[in-house]
Design a protein around this ligand. Structure first.
Ligand code: SAH
Length: 253
């Protein structure tokens, strides 16, 4: 049963989605006004009508909805790349992750959903405005219990030990290799997301100094090609997200 303070996803007849918090308030759409208080006591799967008699389906929002509707500051990691990070580093419920930088907190939210209530994420960020934005997004998504945002330059060191994964989305991941030696568990993963090929080359160059400490690196790029499925023509969409970033994975020995 839906309670005051719950988050709901309302979907209109056109498929447009609204992620709202249930409270005694009105929500205005071009299809009419919805009295949000009326949602209290209703169930997910039911529908509510606006004052113009337009129907909205009430769904329970899931992580994909929070990622789609969160407030954005700097460029976020796309779910296709976040999924590769989880898959290739084997991120699991209960894991302890160090991340940098937090940016808008999109990757953080994706990871917080995977590690679950038993997991923990400490995310380093140098910009206070982004740290505040990410903190708000994470609280709003219901992940404030497992994420700590630290206003600190990760190039200067990592305070935590016994870490399962270090996940970086910042310009020079090679500056974190030295700190990873002390904080990562043996077998722990080091993941670097970098948009440019020359960043990957620079990372590999520095990695030569750490050869005996890490497994051989692996770098991937993930391309997702959406399909247009029509009665007379089933084909890839004309447009595609061509490039986001490279993902480099290593493992501490
Ligand atoms: N992964 C994030 C986006 C991160 S954008 C998301 O999906 O939303 C990169 C962030 O790294 C920026 O916010 C930037 O301020 C931060 N950053 C850059 N260098 C850093 C450093 N040395 N330590 C901590 N944060 C850093």
């Amino acid at each position: 049963m839906i309670k005051e303070g719950d988050k709901v996803l309302l979907v209109d007849s056109r498929g447009k989605k609204y992620l709202l918090t249930v409270r005694e308030d009105e929500f205005h759409t071009d299809l009419g006004i919805i009295k949000l208080g009326e949602l209290i006591g209703m169930n997910f799967g039911e529908s509510i009508k606006s004052h113009k008699d337009k129907e909205f389906k009430i769904l329970k929002p899931r992580i994909v909805d929070f990622l789609a509707k969160m407030k954005r500051g700097p460029q976020t990691v796309h779910p296709k790349d976040a999924a590769q990070i989880v898959a290739y580093a084997g991120i699991s419920p209960g894991d302890f992750i160090i991340e940098a930088g937090v940016g808008s907190g999109a990757l953080t939210m994706f990871l917080a959903n995977i590690v679950g209530k038993e997991g923990r994420i400490v995310s380093y960020e140098i910009r206070e405005d982004f740290a505040n934005l990410a903190r708000k997004n994470l609280e709003w998504g219901g992940f404030g219990d497992r994420v700590e945002i630290k206003l600190k330059d990760i190039y200067e060191g990592i305070d935590e030990e016994d870490v399962d994964h270090i996940i970086l989305d910042l310009p020079q991941p090679e500056n974190v290799l030295e700190h990873a030696l002390n904080s990562l568990k043996p077998g722990g993963f080091f993941v670097a997301y970098t948009p440019c090929a020359n960043q990957v080359s620079r990372f590999y160059e520095r990695l030569k100094e750490y050869k005996e400490h890490f497994s051989r690196p692996k770098t991937i790029e993930c391309l997702v090609r959406e399909q247009e499925v029509k009665k007379n023509c089933f084909r890839p969409s004309t447009r595609m997200l061509a490039h986001t970033g490279y993902l480099t994975f290593l493992r501490k020995l």
